[in-house]
Design a protein around this ligand. Structure first.
Ligand SMILES: Cc1cc2nc3c(=O)[nH]c(=O)nc-3n(C[C@H](O)[C@H](O)[C@H](O)COP(=O)(O)OP(=O)(O)OC[C@H]3O[C@@H](n4cnc5c(N)ncnc54)[C@H](O)[C@@H]3O)c2cc1C
Length: 436
């Protein structure tokens, strides 16, 4: 196992002093106790899909890829306990086998379940929360080597903090999820005028279970996606394998990758390419089991920033972004993605206490992005935007304290369970403040 780690986007790296690969709970506890004895920091690694250095381990790194799989499942209640290193992809496959499904998911399934919840990973749906809101219990190994369980009834403050805990409170050993019976989603995707989509946002959010849209900067079209739950027992009508391969692998990955490489090499081509891509968007409808609709494959590597803003501010934020992006010195080649989520009560969730809209901006790897991301950050800041913990931003603890009503509660719990900063890294020190 390599001590050198790099994230998916290739923009963050770290070298750990050692890597341990526990195969049982006792080995996770031993790793934490050994780190304490040698006075080193220790952090769990997920799949490395955060764009920030949140997962970087400079002391001991815990690789949980041998600590996977479901430990208990109750099909009647939908309660499923899973080991923390399990990827969402293998979790979905195992749930399929039990006739169960996650209520809502993000765009990809490569993340580990614990990595996904730790940064507040979310999908879309005005009545649905992020993945952490589907968690009903956690088992954690704390800095003193003890194993604790937490839930709404047992150590509720630790639970409210640790669901989106940035790896800063302990090592999650298992996650208990409230799943639901498998369901089929009907997907309806089509290009529509951007103005119309923004105007009808509230309507689209309440009349669809999972609504989102993409907008290519410089274009005036949005690609809308409406995913709606079908009644139990509905037979899915998926895209045929050839069309699926052509649309997802060829058009959305291979062709997009080609256009990105061309745009990176000849930046003046970006705006016309962007308009062309926006003009050739075509509609498609199909239905499939939920995770095959929620999840897409992403082989084009990019960098990303995402802010959660109050839902009612979406129109004004997008209008400002739309007006200012064309004035940037460097062109933007990848689309903006807009999603929504219901308010929740997880202390460091980006949707804590407010119905939220998420705006995610992207740039192809190797193309200049700093000015674009800074512009976006300043616009999102005017409406109290909260950055996704796993996506690029420059905020620090002082800024974030103002945007999270329970920030001080989080740091209080952190000081109780990790007084020596055993689980700290430079990113957590920046965004949460010094642990010691
Ligand atoms: C292509 C792509 C698509 C994406 N799509 C979405 C999306 O649709 N929605 C969204 O919200 N985000 C999305 N993301 C962001 C991604 O979901 C998050 O950054 C997520 O945290 C990555 O999970 P991971 O397993 O790779 O964790 P890592 O990035 O490796 O780690 C994340 C954090 O989890 C901690 N951690 C991991 N395991 C444990 C454990 N056992 N105990 C305690 N802490 C632990 C790590 O220490 C770190 O702090 C996307 C990212 C990429 C690259």
């Amino acid at each position: 196992m390599s001590t050198r780690w790099q994230n998916w986007a290739g923009i963050e790296s770290a070298v750990a002093t050692s890597v341990v690969q526990p195969r049982d709970l006792a080995e996770i506890c031993k790793a934490v106790n050994d780190a304490t004895e040698s006075d080193q920091t220790i952090r769990a690694r997920g799949s490395g899909h955060s764009f920030t250095a949140v997962a970087a381990a400079h002391g001991v790194a815990i690789d949980l890829s041998a600590w996977t799989g479901i430990t208990t499942a109750d099909v009647g209640t939908g309660l499923v306990t899973v080991r923390s290193g399990t990827t969402i992809r293998s979790l979905n496959a195992a749930l399929d086998g039990l006739g169960l499904a996650m209520t809502n998911l993000g765009d990809i399934d490569a993340q580990t379940i614990s990595g996904a919840i730790s940064t507040g990973t979310h999908g879309t749906g005005a009545a649905f929360g992020g993945i952490a809101t589907q968690v009903v219990g956690l088992e954690l190994v704390l800095a003193d080597g003890s194993v604790v369980n937490c839930s709404a009834d047992e150590r509720p403050e630790l639970f409210a903090a640790a669901k989106v805990g940035l790896g800063a409170l302990g090592v999650i050993s298992t996650v208990t999820l409230k799943t639901e019976p498998s369901f089929v989603l009907a997907a309806d995707e089509r290009p529509e005028p951007l103005e119309q989509v923004i105007e009808a946002l509230d309507h689209n959010c309440v009349t669809n279970d999972h609504f989102e849209f993409y907008w290519f900067p410089y274009g005036n079209k949005a690609l809308t996606k409406r995913n709606n739950r079908l009644p139990a027992g509905t037979e899915p009508k998926p895209l045929g394998p050839v069309r699926r391969f052509y649309e997802y692998e060829v058009m959305e990955n291979a062709a997009l990758g080609l256009l990105c490489r061309l745009g990176r090499r000849i930046p003046r081509f970006v705006k016309p390419l962007n308009k062309l891509t926006s003009a050739v968007l075509s509609p498609r409808s199909y239905s499939d089991i939920s995770h095959r609709v929620f999840v897409t494959s992403r082989s084009v590597h990019f960098v990303e920033s995402e802010y959660a803003i109050p839902r009612e501010s979406l129109g004004s934020v997008l209008a400002e972004l739309r007006a200012k992006v064309p004035t940037l010195p460097d062109p933007v080649i990848l689309p903006v993605e807009i999603r929504v989520a219901a308010a929740d009560d997880v202390w460091l969730s980006t949707a804590y206490g407010r119905d939220s809209a998420y705006i995610a901006i992207h740039q192809y790897v190797g193309m200049p992005f700093r000015q674009y991301f800074d512009l976006f950050e300043s616009i999102a800041g005017t409406v109290g935007g909260r950055p996704h913990w796993g996506k690029l931003h420059t905020l620090n603890a002082a800024n974030l304290r103002e945007r999270y009503p329970r920030f001080d509660d989080f740091t209080r719990v952190r000081a109780q369970v990790d007084p020596a900063g055993r689980f700290a890294n430079p990113y957590t020190e920046r965004v949460l403040g010094s642990a010691r």
